[in-house]
Design a protein around this ligand. Structure first.
Ligand SMILES: Cc1ncc(COP(=O)(O)O)c(C=O)c1O
Length: 307
């Protein structure tokens, strides 16, 4: 999967010897530029934007993120704790399955708790009701799978056949809708507006009968909004229409777009050898520092020269 990053920005002139190795180095000015773009979309469209911590959770810059965005989206207990300790604003937590022993704290920390299936909500209903009886206030959401794949890599596509992520939208009933306040979907990865529009077109027909009941719709992440060629004005128009059509509050939870081209990973070559090809021993690894290179698999931007 070729990365669709932009340019090295200020890092083209960065003196690598200024920092420890290994180190993730973030350009706060560039981060602010990205956040300002996201906040502008938020303001013009009248939506809310949460930062996805699973993509970028450098909590030392959480105060900067908080100046621009409405909160954080988290993927379980530990990220919800991180968000509540360091980040401002709302917390929306989605996890494919909650352990009953974690759920009390997740319900206490989160404003939106998003489940992967209605049957899980029913199974956890005693815990949910007890939390409400204690005076805790949160919304319950359901992640749906719109069954419309747009991903470049099927292994990384939540709409790939037999995906475990999200409740298949063609199984959704009025009884399921009665359990929830909001709808969540996350199906894109580094994508433009058109894939989002096509996905919403499919979801629209299934959700339209329930528009009166849906308090909020969270369109997940994967929107490459801060990339220079993203169709931002059209996105604003699309989001306004979606709000008008559904009457729901609309959320986006981008991760990569928050930090896009705002940071580098600095590493050092410690030894060089030869074994049928040049071999380098470095102080960084894909497993520790860039796990998505293995998972997705992402590749470095070949347009950028290596130093
Ligand atoms: C549920 C959810 N929301 C948001 C994101 C953030 O996506 P991205 O960093 O591609 O914007 C992810 C990433 O996997 C996710 O799984």
């Amino acid at each position: 999967m070729e990365t669709r990053a932009g340019d090295p920005g200020a890092f083209a002139q960065f003196d690598l010897s200024r920092v420890d190795s290994p180190a993730f180095v973030v350009d706060a000015a560039r981060l602010r530029q990205n956040l300002a773009i996201l906040a502008d979309i938020r303001d013009r469209a009248g939506i809310k934007v949460l930062a996805a911590l699973k993509a970028f959770s450098m909590w030392s810059v959480a105060p900067i993120v908080g100046e621009y965005l409405d909160g954080a989206c988290t993927s379980g207990l530990w990220e919800a704790r991180l968000a509540s300790e360091f980040y401002d604003g709302e917390i929306a937590t989605y996890c494919a399955a909650y352990k009953p022993e974690d759920l009390d704290e997740i319900l206490r920390l989160s404003d939106h708790v998003i489940f992967n299936s209605p049957q899980q909500i029913v199974r956890c209903s005693a815990i949910i009701e007890a939390a409400r009886a204690r005076g805790e206030s949160f919304d319950i959401g359901l992640r749906i799978n719109p069954l419309h794949p747009e991903g470049e890599v099927p292994r990384y596509d939540p709409c790939a056949p037999h995906s475990r992520l999200g409740f298949p939208i063609d199984q959704l009933t009025a009884e399921h809708m009665a359990l929830i306040d909001g709808i969540h979907m996350h199906t894109l990865c580094e994508q433009d507006l058109e894939p989002l529009k096509r996905t919403w077109d499919v979801a629209f027909d299934y959700l339209e009968p329930y528009f009166d009941e849906i308090k909020w719709i969270n369109l997940g992440g994967g929107h490459h909004i801060t990339r220079a060629d993203y169709q931002r004005d059209e996105l604003v128009e699309f989001l306004r229409d979606l709000k008008d059509d559904t009457g729901a509050e609309v959320y986006l939870e981008p991760g990569e777009a928050v930090a896009l081209d705002a940071g580098i990973l600095v590493g050092t070559v410690l030894d060089l050898g030869e074994n049928g090809m040049p071999v380098a021993i470095v102080d960084i690894s894909a497993t520790c520092h860039m796990p998505d290179v293995i998972e997705a698999p992402y590749r470095r931007d070949r347009r950028l020269p290596l130093p």
